[in-house]
Design a protein around this ligand. Sequence first.
Ligand code: ADP
Ligand code: MG
Length: 406
Amino acid sequence: MNYRSIDFVITTPPSVDQVFELLRAVIDPELGADIVTLGMVPGVSVTPEGDVTVGVKLTIGGCPLRAQIKKDVESRVAVHPGVRDVRIEWGEMNSDERTDVMLKARWNARENAPATAVPLTTRVLAIASGKGGVGKSAVTVNLAAAVAAQGFTVGVLDADIWGFSVPRLLGIDEPLEAQRVKGSDKPMIIPNELPVGPKSRGGLLKVVSTGFLVEEGTALMWRGLMLTKAVEQFLHDVEWGDLDYLFIDMPPGTGDVQMGLARMLPRTDLLIVTTPALAAQKVAARAADMARRSFLRVCGVIENMSTFTCDHGETYSLFGEGGGQLLADEIGVPLLGRIPLEAAVTTGGDAGTPVSLAGTGLAAKEFRAIAQLIVEEVSPPTNMAGCSARMLNLAAAALDAHDATK
Ligand SMILES: Nc1ncnc2c1ncn2[C@@H]1O[C@H](COP(=O)(O)OP(=O)(O)O)[C@@H](O)[C@H]1O
Ligand SMILES: [Mg+2]
């Protein structure tokens, strides 16, 4: 072999296919997959001189990751011998392409998601907000109880590890027990059960909270990672059994648990709770934005503490007006309801009996109406859902079976 031919071998530019292969190393950290798999690279061209042009379509033009993707694309392609220059032609996805890339990312997350003990047919609803004190826990417990009262089995996972309040709101104080169950090689945590609604319907709540593991008043100083670990353990090591719904009371603000949930249970739908104040709506919008980034679908907004009606029948908007609708419009989801500020909500919580079960006031009625909406429209139980949902579940089950054989 003479020097000339070696020179020739080294300087041959890569083929278009080779460039695509190199680009598989460029990961969009937000979407959790490489940019080729995600369909973000519409085309590649290579000149005989070794000038490579890579088309990259961003989900939005002003994507904050643009600089990082640029650097990664350039450095990955440049490592190939024979590349003289790398140029990126930026593009922006239209809404169809964006939907497509979201689906791919969700699919990908789903495919790589660790198995959980939550049945595939369970509808998972996480109740989130931008900040604490807006009534997330009150909404979680009241909706879970109202849905269960219709005869469903509803899990309640108190993922607010620091600020748990679900045990008190449901009047449960027994510690959790672990048992060896059929088909598992380790003891599983058995949720506390609470029958609700008319006996004939058989409504049941299955409740898990760190509140069952520690004494009330004990300070819990868990950091982000441990927080996610705790939630992960509740999803893996709890023997949920049959479950039509799982309601998750999310901790305020933090993105850790949300990201963890997106990884472990990517089919989770988010319900965002906000107060009517316009300032609160901005904070809640951030929660919705975070959800989008981790590819959790937001399925509705609930406005809490909407109006206050005094004993004389006069109604006041103590915390402002319109925040719920504004937020719903902004993220393009329905406003599922507006729950008034009512003493019965707090007294019901203090007594451990959610007002939505037997309450006769406006708040109780609104909770029940929202529960009805959830069951009938927003997130109908899986066995009654339309064909496409069934197919998705079949696909998910097939994927699980496939994973299990690996
Ligand atoms: N619609 C309502 N009417 C009256 N009090 C409410 C209502 N919603 C929530 N509360 C009260 O507000 C406080 C905060 O609610 P909570 O559910 O603990 O909020 P979060 O879980 O978002 O921190 C509690 O004392 C609760 O009883
Ligand atoms: Mg709470």
